[in-house]
Design a protein around this ligand. Structure first.
Ligand SMILES: Cc1cc2nc3c(=O)[nH]c(=O)nc-3n(C[C@H](O)[C@H](O)[C@H](O)COP(=O)(O)OP(=O)(O)OC[C@H]3O[C@@H](n4cnc5c(N)ncnc54)[C@H](O)[C@@H]3O)c2cc1C
Length: 301
C-alpha cells in the first residue's frame, strides 16, 4: 500500500504530528528537496511505537535528523519520513564515564554538556551540525574524533516497533561507513563512553579553526565527497580548477572546494548536476573517483 493512500488515515490518528506533502526543503541544511508524502514528528517513544505499528507493511520509511547530510531530490519522498528533531531528546550522565543520548539530541549539545561534565574526547561533536541518530548512521567525525569510537552500545527500533539493545561490536564501522547487523533497524539512542576529559576552551579553539577554513553559516551539507585514501577531495577539486564553478544556483565554494553551496535559489537538480560534473572532471583530470558522502534520496521532479 502506498504512503499516499494511508496518509489520510495516519493524519487522522496522529494529528497534528503527521503532515501530508511536507516540503523537505524546510528540513535540510541545503534548503532543497520536494515533499514527503507523510512526515511524522513523534511526541515521544510511545507515540513512535504506535505510529510504526499503524504503518502498513511495505511503505518506504526514511529517518531524518537535522538533514545536514541529505540531498533530497525535487520530486520528494514517496513514503514516510520520521523526524527525530525535537523528539527523542534525552541526554543523561550514566555513572562516571558514560552518557546516554537519544537520537534527536544535537551533537553540539553533547560537546557542550561533556565539556561541563569534563568528559572527553567529545569536542569533535561540536563540529557536526546533526543529531546523534545521523552521527550514528554516518559514523560522523571531525577534528580527528569519530562517533563510533565513543559508542558502547545502542538502542534501535524496527518496523514492528520492537526495541533492541545492541553492543557496539555488532556493527562494522569505518570512515563514514556503518554496517548494521540487521536491515530496517533505526537508532533510538546511544550509550557513549568517554575515558578522557574535554574542555570548553578546546571546543572553542577547534570551532574557530573551522570557521577560518570552511563556509560555515551558508547553505551546505558540509563535505560532499569522502576523502580518497591518502588524499583530500578538496585538494583534488581545487587542483582541477573547479572552485567557484556554478550550475544554476549551486556553486563550488571558493573557501573550501569540497563544499557545494546553495546560494538561495538552487534546486536539488542543480546540486546533483554539479556533484556529477565535479566527479567527471576530477576523474578525467586526476584519474580519481570521488564518492559522495552525502546521501542522495527521493524522486527527480
Ligand atoms: C556545515 C556542515 C559541516 C559538516 N561537517 C561535518 C564533519 O565535520 N564531519 C562529519 O562527519 N559530517 C559533517 N557534516 C555532515 C552532517 O552534519 C553529518 O553527517 C551528521 O551526522 C548528519 O546528521 P543529521 O542528523 O543531520 O542526519 P540527516 O542528514 O538527517 O541524515 C543522514 C543519514 O542518517 C540517517 N539517519 C538519521 N537519523 C537516523 C536514525 N535515528 N536512525 C537511523 N538512521 C538515521 C538518514 O536516514 C540519512 O541516511 C557537516 C554538515 C554541514 C552542513
Amino acid at each position: 500500500m502506498s504512503a499516499r493512500v494511508v496518509g489520510g488515515q495516519l493524519a487522522a490518528q496522529f494529528a497534528p504530528r503527521v503532515r501530508l506533502n511536507e516540503p523537505l526543503a524546510r528540513h535540510t541544511s541545503w534548503h532543497v528537496g520536494g515533499p514527503a508524502d507523510v512526515f511524522f514528528s513523534p511526541r515521544d517513544r510511545a507515540d513512535l511505537i504506535a505510529f510504526l505499528r499503524a504503518l502498513p507493511e511495505g511503505v518506504p520509511l526514511l529517518w531524518l535528523g537535522l538533514g545536514s547530510n541529505l540531498l533530497v531530490r525535487d520530486g520528494g519522498i514517496r513514503g514516510v519520513v520520521i523526524s527525530t528533531r525535537d523528539a527523542l531528546c534525552a541526554l543523561e550522565r550514566r555513572g562516571d564515564r558514560e552518557v546516554y543520548a537519544e537520537a534527536g539530541v544535537p551533537c553540539a549539545l553533547i560537546a557542550r554538556q561533556c565539556g561541563k561534565w569534563n568528559l572527553g574526547p567529545a569536542e569533535f561533536f561540536a563540529g557536526i551540525p546533526g543529531t546523534v541518530g545521523g552521527a550514528l548512521a554516518m559514523n560522523a567525525g571531525a577534528f580527528g574524533g569519530e562517533t563510533w569510537r565513543q559508542v558502547a552500545g545502542v538502542e534501535t527500533i524496527d518496523r514492528a516497533g520492537e526495541i533492541h539493545a545492541r553492543r557496539a561490536g555488532e556493527y562494522q564501522t569505518g570512515y563514514r561507513s556503518v554496517t548494521a547487523p540487521a536491515a530496517e533497524e533505526w537508532f533510538l539512542a546511544a550509550l557513549l563512553h568517554f575515558d578522557g576529559a574535554s574542555t570548553a576552551d578546546a571546543t572553542r579553539a577547534l570551532l574557530e579553526k573551522r570557521r577560518q577554513t570552511q563556509p560555515i553559516g551558508e547553505w551546505s551539507c558540509g563535505s560532499v565527497f569522502t576523502n580518497p585514501p591518502g588524499d583530500h577531495a578538496a585538494r583534488l577539486i581545487e587542483a582541477a580548477g573547479l572552485k567557484g564553478l556554478r550550475i544554476g544556483g549551486a556553486v563550488v565554494s571558493t573557501k573550501h572546494a569540497n563544499f557545494i553551496l546553495n546560494e538561495g535559489r538552487a534546486t536539488a537538480r542543480d546540486i546533483e548536476s554539479l556533484i556529477a560534473h565535479v566527479q567527471e572532471v576530477v576523474a578525467r583530470a586526476q584519474g580519481m573517483t570521488l564518492h559522495p558522502e552525502v546521501r542522495i534520496v527521493g524522486e527527480a521532479a
